[in-house]
Design a protein around this ligand. Structure first.
Ligand code: ADP
Ligand code: MG
Length: 168
């Protein structure tokens, strides 16, 4: 419907963590539809392919009729326009996220004043979770149970990460 409130939740999701899941669930309650938009970023060298990340997110949110999983490239605000989205959702874990996020939000507003950035805080238990740290812990043999969906945990195990896979 044209009057639906649609939000975009953009990111790398390499891999999806319970922090991301928490934000998506909050977003799905706040908006009519939330689009998890996985960035096709050629600069970062990801652990999971875009297709793997799409499949994981689709599986985890299989029972959420208003959560869509998609990929995007180029300017986020242009993608938002194409999707008829009125909001961009981002997660804030700590002050350390703030400076970069504020800069992005204001640049996006400059580029398209019709799209509002909405920040949400995850449950406290996820404030220290990041995709990067999750990969590091797994590579060093630690457990990430309860920090990522169980599907992600098994996919991470299949990657057989070792110390040598950690980049400086
Ligand atoms: N544990 C978490 N709790 C809440 N928000 C998070 C968490 N981890 C990441 N985020 C947020 O999710 C969004 C996407 O993160 P990420 O996948 O790292 O992509 P990006 O490359 O855009 O940082 C960002 O707004 C980030 O701050
Ligand atoms: Mg990040």
């Amino acid at each position: 419907m044209k009057s639906d409130r649609i939000a975009i939740y953009p990111g790398s999701f390499d891999p999806l963590t319970n922090g991301h899941v928490d934000i998506i669930q909050r977003g799905s309650r706040l908006f009519d539809r939330i689009v998890v938009a996985i960035l096709l970023n050629i600069e970062k060298s990801p652990l999971f392919t875009v297709q793997e990340r799409v499949d994981i997110a689709r599986e985890v949110f299989r029972e959420y009729p208003n959560v869509e999983v998609d990929t995007f490239d180029g300017l986020l605000v242009e993608y938002a326009r194409r999707k008829h989205a009125s909001a961009i959702v981002r997660g804030l874990r700590a002050i350390s996220d703030f400076e970069y996020e504020m800069q992005m939000a204001l640049m996006n507003r400059h580029l398209n004043p019709d799209v509002e950035t909405v920040f949400m805080m995850p449950a406290e238990t996820y404030t220290y979770v990041s995709s990067r740290l999750v990969k590091e812990v797994v590579a060093l043999g630690g457990s990430v149970t309860n920090l990522v969906p169980s599907l992600v945990e098994s996919r991470l195990r299949e990657k057989r990460l070792g110390r040598e896979t950690l980049r400086a």
